[in-house]
Design a protein around this ligand. Structure first.
Ligand SMILES: Nc1nc2c(c(=O)[nH]1)N[C@H]1C(S)=C(S)[C@@H](COP(=O)(O)O)O[C@H]1N2
Ligand SMILES: [Mo]
Length: 349
C-alpha cells in the first residue's frame, strides 16, 4: 500500500483522497499531491497491448495505437482539474456524497493530441451529435444494481474544440496510472468528471447519452424531493480559496500575507477582494493575472493587524463579465459546484 503522507483520505476503495490545498505552491501540482477521485476500483488491463478504437457514426472506424497517437500534432495545456464535489462538506444542509473539503482541485500541464486530429482520420457522419468516452474501470451501482463502465459524453462543439485533447503526458511524464495512463481525455474549463481516465473506446452517437454518470450523477438538482429544474453539470464555476493562513491558525499581531488562488471555467478572473469585517467592506487583493486560458491565478493581500481578537477572512473572486462569487452557495441535492465566497477564521493574540 505504501505511505501517502500528503493526501487526505476520504475513502480507500474506491480511492478518494484530497490535496492539502495549503501545501500547493506555484502553478504546477506534482502528481504526489494530485487529488484522486474514483468511482470504482482501479481497472486491470494490459497497457502493453493498448489500442484506442474510434467507432459509431464515423466514415472509417479506426483503431489507433499509442505510437500512432504520439506522432500526431501535439498540444500542451495547463489545466485545472476540479471535482464537481469540491467543497461539498461546506453545504448546509448537508448532502450525501464524498465530503470533500477544499482540496479536490489540481493543476498541471497535460500534453496530448486534439481529439479533432484523431477524428480527421475517421471522419464524422452527418448524423453525429455527441461523442462518448468509456473508461476501462467498471463496477456496480447501488441505485440501479447494474454494472457500468465510467462513461461520459461531450457535445460535438466541445469535443472538436482544439484544446480538448487525448492526453498521454502529465507534467512532461507519462500520465501516472492512477490519473489515467495511458490515455486520458482532458476537457479544459469543465468540472473534472468530463476528463475520462483510462479511455477504452470512443463512440460517436446521434442522440443524447444517458449513462448514469451523466443523467443521474453530475446533474444539479435544485430541489430536495423532486427532479424539477435539473441541469447537467458542465463548466467550472468562478471560485477562490484562501491557502494562507490556515483556518483556525493562531497568529501574532503584526504583518501577515494572506494568499490564495482564484479560478473559473468561463471567461477570466479579473479581481479578488478580501474582507476582514464579515463582508461589510472589501479591499482589492494584489492579483497575478496570467495570459493562460485555463489556469488559476494567485493573489496576495498584506494584512497589518494591530488588535488582538478573532477575525474572519473572506475572499471573493470577480470575473471579466462582472460576475462574482455569491455570499451563499447555491444548494443542490447532490452538492455540486460549491462556489460561495471563501471564509476562514483566525485568532490574533
Ligand atoms: N475512468 C474514469 N475517469 C474519471 C473518473 C472515474 O472514476 N473513472 N472520475 C472522474 C472524476 S469525478 C474526477 S473529479 C476526476 C478525478 O481525476 P483524478 O483522480 O486524476 O484526480 O476524474 C474523472 N474521470
Ligand atoms: Mo469529481
Amino acid at each position: 500500500m505504501g505511505i501517502k503522507p500528503y493526501l487526505i483520505t476520504k475513502s480507500l476503495t474506491p480511492e478518494n483522497q484530497e490535496t492539502p490545498i495549503n501545501f500547493i505552491k506555484g502553478d504546477i501540482v506534482n502528481y504526489k499531491l494530485f487529488y484522486r477521485r474514483n468511482h470504482f476500483s482501479y481497472p486491470n488491463f494490459l497497457t502493453s497491448f493498448y489500442f484506442l478504437p474510434i467507432e459509431g457514426l464515423v466514415r472509417f472506424p479506426k483503431v489507433f495505437s499509442l505510437q500512432e497517437i504520439r506522432v500526431l500534432p501535439s498540444k500542451t495545456v495547463k489545466v485545472i482539474l476540479e471535482c464537481a464535489g469540491n467543497k461539498r462538506e461546506l453545504f448546509n444542509p448537508k448532502v450525501f456524497g464524498e465530503q470533500w473539503g477544499k482540496g479536490a482541485i489540481s493543476q498541471g500541464k497535460w500534453k496530448g493530441t486534439p481529439l479533432s486530429a484523431l477524428l480527421q482520420y475517421t471522419g464524422l457522419l452527418e448524423t453525429a451529435k455527441e461523442i462518448v468516452f468509456e473508461g476501462y474501470d467498471f463496477g456496480e451501482r447501488t441505485d440501479t444494481n447494474q454494472q457500468y463502465h465510467f462513461s461520459r459524453s461531450l457535445p460535438l462543439e466541445i469535443a472538436l474544440h482544439p484544446d480538448t485533447i487525448i492526453a498521454y503526458e502529465y507534467n512532461d511524464q507519462p500520465i501516472p496510472f492512477k490519473h489515467g495512463y495511458p490515455l486520458r481525455l482532458i476537457v479544459p474549463g469543465w468540472y473534472a468528471m468530463a476528463s475520462v481516465k483510462w479511455i477504452k473506446k470512443i463512440t460517436v452517437i446521434d442522440h443524447e447519452f444517458t449513462g448514469p454518470f451523466q443523467a443521474i450523477d453530475y446533474v444539479y438538482y435544485p430541489n430536495r424531493d423532486s427532479d424539477i429544474g435539473k441541469i447537467p453539470v458542465t463548466t467550472i464555476n468562478l471560485n477562490s480559496t484562501i491557502q494562507k493562513p490556515l483556518n483556525l491558525q493562531v497568529l501574532n499581531t503584526g504583518n501577515h500575507t494572506i494568499e490564495g488562488i482564484a479560478w473559473t471555467g468561463r471567461g477570466k478572473v479579473l479581481k479578488v477582494e478580501i474582507s476582514l469585517d464579515g463582508g461589510r467592506t472589501w479591499e482589492a487583493a494584489k492579483i497575478f493575472l496570467s495570459t493562460e486560458n485555463y489556469s488559476w491565478v494567485r493573489w496576495i493581500y498584506e494584512w497589518q493587524v494591530t488588535e488582538k481578537g478573532e477575525y474572519m477572512i473572506i475572499s471573493k473572486a470577480i470575473d471579466s463579465e462582472g460576475r462574482m462569487q455569491p455570499n451563499e452557495p447555491i444548494w443542490n441535492r447532490k452538492g455540486y459546484g460549491y462556489n460561495a465566497i471563501d471564509k476562514i477564521e483566525v485568532k490574533v493574540e
